[in-house]
Write a protein that binds this ligand. Structure first.
Ligand SMILES: Cc1ncc(COP(=O)(O)O)c(C=O)c1O
Length: 431
């Protein structure tokens, strides 16, 4: 029987679904950093300077020019539903990319068994966690992740019914995961170790030795290594690309990529965050299970994205030019800020992860209120663990905008830091 409705107010007399009747794990999700930043700055009135947003890591260099033609050519191919597995030519292009990038032998990756496309790396990370976490084990499963971290790691972990373990990547650890610091009691419950190399936000990279120790532990404790490598193509030294999970695994004899999945994306590599195209490579058995899950999730990348990804993956010229643009901006940062704040360009990624005087939230609010530049407080990307919050006292600046805009933002940061130092000097001499 349908409800009669309340003619006067127009309200339906049946109550809606209460929060208690919904997935309680959604309630565990933390506010997203950009929501927190919007709340922090909502009541502030910045000066009438051109606004500069350095908070969001959204690539803003132009997408490769040849894509204009490729999009046109792909139109004829979109009159079909996209395949979750991806077409054979697409999987060949993905396998060829991994092979070239990590110097694998030609037959190391089978396009039919080892690789899959995704709609960006964000959803792929969530799907990988869902596919591996087995919540039916006696003790709660653990996902180990760097701290600070890309927020999806924590959210996907909580949604899968697992417990996050935050491995600090602060100054004491050289801003990278110390693989040997995962406590034995945690390892016993670990089902996934997430790595992020080059790291967001620190820009540091894991090396062959790190991966070898991690692979040995994965074998011993039967966990999956899920390597978020979406910054793999943004690095400082053109002659020394950082290694990745699959390259490191193969080099130390794990030729079937057991316990491995590496997650990549065209968002940062090719400046196509709006295309939503990612790709994965890893252990065949895991990839097969992942494909089954993804078929039901309905997360095939769009047909247009799959078609244009093939020539995009094959082209390296635009990727080299992209890296060169970031290198120049890191040099600018050193030149502009170097004598007020220590700057060492990171080996990878496009973020400046800067130690700042005092509390990072207060610093970011003041910087916005006085200079109309948005930065991200480091503590929004990290959690307190063992009494320490490794993101506190840092800010993250994304060098994604045009060079002149970045230079202007960095110049305003310099002015802001100098003004803080002057007022500190004045107040200390007054005491
Ligand atoms: C560390 C990290 N992983 C994954 C992503 C997701 O990127 P996309 O879904 O565009 O591939 C981002 C985006 O900023 C990121 O910083």
């Amino acid at each position: 029987m349908m409800p009669q409705g309340d003619g006067e107010s127009g309200r339906c007399p049946w109550p809606g679904l209460s929060r208690e009747l919904m997935n309680p794990r959604i309630g565990l999700l933390q506010p997203y950093p950009f929501q927190r930043l919007a709340a922090l700055t909502a009541r502030l009135t910045p000066p009438a300077l051109p606004p500069i947003n350095m908070a969001i890591g959204e690539p803003r260099h132009p997408a490769p020019e040849f894509l204009a033609h490729e999009f046109g050519a792909a139109l004829a191919g979109v009159a079909v539903y996209p395949s979750t597995r991806g077409s054979r030519p697409l999987r060949e292009a993905i396998a060829a990319w991994f092979t070239r990038r990590y110097e694998l032998p030609a037959q190391a990756l089978d396009p039919d068994r080892h690789v899959l496309p995704s709609a960006g790396s964000r959803e792929a990370i969530t799907a990988v966690i869902q596919a591996r976490i087995d919540p039916t084990v006696r003790e709660q499963p653990v996902v180990v992740m760097p701290n600070p971290f890309y927020q999806i790691y924590e959210g996907a972990t909580l949604l899968a019914g697992a417990e996050p373990y935050y491995l600090p990547t602060g100054p004491a650890q050289g801003f990278r995961m110390d693989i040997d610091a995962i406590p034995p009691a945690i390892l016993a419950r670990t089902q996934i170790v997430l790595t992020c190399s080059p790291g967001n936000p620190t820009g540091q990279v894991l090396d062959q030795g790190d991966y070898e120790r991690l692979l040995a532990l994965a074998h011993q404790h039967d966990f999956l290594i899920a390597a978020d490598e979406c910054y793999a193509e943004i690095y400082a030294d053109e002659e020394a690309p950082p290694t990745g999970l699959l390259g490191a695994a193969y080099a130390c004899g794990v030729k079937d990529f057991a316990h491995c999945v590496a997650i990549h994306s065209l968002s940062k590599r090719s400046n196509l965050p709006g295309l939503r195209f990612g790709y994965l490579g890893g252990e065949a058995t895991f990839m097969e299970r992942l494909l089954t899950l993804r078929t039901y999730l309905g997360s095939a990348p769009s047909q247009l994205a799959q078609l244009v990804a093939i020539p995009t993956l094959a082209d390296e010229a635009h990727v080299r030019a992209n890296r060169a643009q970031y290198r120049v901006k890191f040099q600018d940062a050193q030149a502009i800020l170097g004598d007020v704040i220590p700057i060492t360009p990171p080996p990878g990624g496009f973020y400046l992860w800067l130690p700042i005087p005092g509390d990072d939230e207060t610093f970011v609010a003041g910087f916005y209120a006085q200079h109309n530049v948005l930065a991200l407080p480091g503590s929004y990307l990290s959690r307190e663990s063992g009494g320490i919050n490794p993101g506190a006292g840092f800010i993250r600046l994304a060098l994604v905008g045009p060079r002149e805009e970045c230079r202007e933002g960095l110049g305003r940061l310099r002015t802001y830091i100098e003004s803080l130092e002057r007022s500190r000097d004045v107040s200390s001499s007054a005491h």
